[in-house]
Design a protein around this ligand. Sequence first.
Ligand code: K7E
Ligand code: CUA
Ligand code: CA
Length: 610
Amino acid sequence: MKRHPVVLVAVSIVSTLAAVHISGCGATRSARSLAAEKVYVAPGELDKYYAFLSGGQSGSVFVVGIPSGRLIREVPIFESRAAYGYAMHETDPRRQELVATGGAWGDTHHPVLSETGGVPNGKYLWINDLANGRLGRVRLDYFEADKIVKIPNLQGAHGIAVVSPDTKYIVVNGEFEQPTDGMVSNPAPYTSVVAFVEPETMAVKFEVRVNGNIDIADTSKDGRYAFSTIYNLEQGKTMGAMIQYDRDAVAAIDIPLAEQAVAAGRGDTRNGVPILDPEKTPGVLTLIPVPKNPHGINVTPDGRYAIASGKLSPTVTIIDAHTLAIVAEPEVGLGPLHTTFDNRGNAFTSLFLDSQVVKWNIDKAVRGTSDYIVDRLNVHYNIGHLQAVGGDHTHPYGDYLLALNKLSKDQYIGVGPDLPENQEIIDISGDKMRLLASFPTPPEPHDATFMAVDLLRPLVKQTFTPAADAVEAGKERVVRAGPHAVTVDMTLIRSAYTPDSFEVREGDQVTLRVTNVETIRDMIHGFALPDHDLNIALAPGYTKTITFDAGKPGVYWYYCTNFCSALHLEMRGRMVVQPKDSTVTIADWHAAENVKGQVVPGVPSTGDRP
Ligand code: K7E
Ligand code: CUA
Ligand code: CA
């Protein structure tokens, strides 16, 4: 029988909300209204949290308001983005970093926030690029990527984590193993490294060699251990070979011990980074056996336990984060991937195969009482990560949980063979979880992290502080810098370009240095140049320098792409490209152009045309 998708949706909503008992009539409708009220943010009101979702193969970060699910901003990192003028041109510093480190695309999975005392301080967000072994950083005062580095000696930068409580390092796991020491003909088994990156300089301070496809990362709350899951202890090269053992492992790297060993010169330096071999530095690496091909590793907010999710085992493994002993291994359901926490001692684990979030009580699971499962909630569908607000830090808020689902199936109208990704907002403030709302995103968020809007708001700057190379108003100029080079220093302010015309010659390289001299937040201007593959957007205070070929002789109108004022459409200027052998000057052009335009017949002209 062919079941109608609409019926399925209706059934799932009713069954989800039936748990809420409302006295009086219209119970179902009231339950829906209650859910709606929980996520409704009226026009003009603010969301409580910003969620930072990784953009997956979009190479970016999506900023979403919680609880509304409204998309607030995209922050491009490992991609070029014309709309924000990001990494669009050869002379853009981010573009140069991207090209130098692996190209203008990336696969972002794990956003992490800088911390002070175990809670986000609003300074930086880091994110991995799985595809090209990179780490990117976003300054949260500008919501803009400000640094991209390649991590030496690894491929497939997957799990990352901030070393709590004060962001001593960012841990980066190299998932795809490589021939030892980069020697393709080396008969030794492939291996990889966990890298420790300094947060300000983003220099890799040291690496620790770890075998077995190091996957997801987290750190103990006291700065002692970096934990990583390992799913290929077999060191197999094929999928079949990777699922032979009943147990793989969680790796625990003793950070202070590793630092001492590096300081004592016990690392072998490769590509400028000391690599510690755990076999030569006992104690640096502890392998904790956990069931078959684990995936997520998450440390509880109180720092007591590290919880590994079983993936191919229906269990989670609860590890004492101080002694590294396994204290319990409760069953939770099929395909456990990741775990997060509320502020009342509960854990929430995503079940990929069951398409569920399971809520379980940590103390009860550790004590071994049979009633540790608190609740289960169906999600839509095949959930990957989940994150409760603050669950990845020391002070969870215990109110909302975001489920990041891999498949949306019947949840949205088809838009071709593809469907949007489906994120769901769940109320975790009561004993029972309640599905409140869903929102779609472009492909493909993996993980999310959050900041309270109240904390972030005062930290975000109104305008960019003008850089040393900023063009000042009144100092604009056009200079012939060489036989085939012209430099243009330009400013933008509502609603004009200065200069509003300049002349170059066929064959010239034009270097345009342009500053938006607005001092008011959000007064962004664009500079789009037809037929030159050129658009840059400039936020207030921003300076960009781009070099481009003048192109074919002609008149090219540069225009503003960001609607900025009533005279936005008039915000325009001309680049006049003279033929190589032309003797005409721009003064000649202006003289020749001083002719009247057309008038509407019968309508008296109100003045002479300029
Ligand atoms: Cu589970 Cu890359 Cu975090 Cu995706 S990983 S789900
Ligand atoms: Cu400036 Cu539109
Ligand atoms: Ca395995």
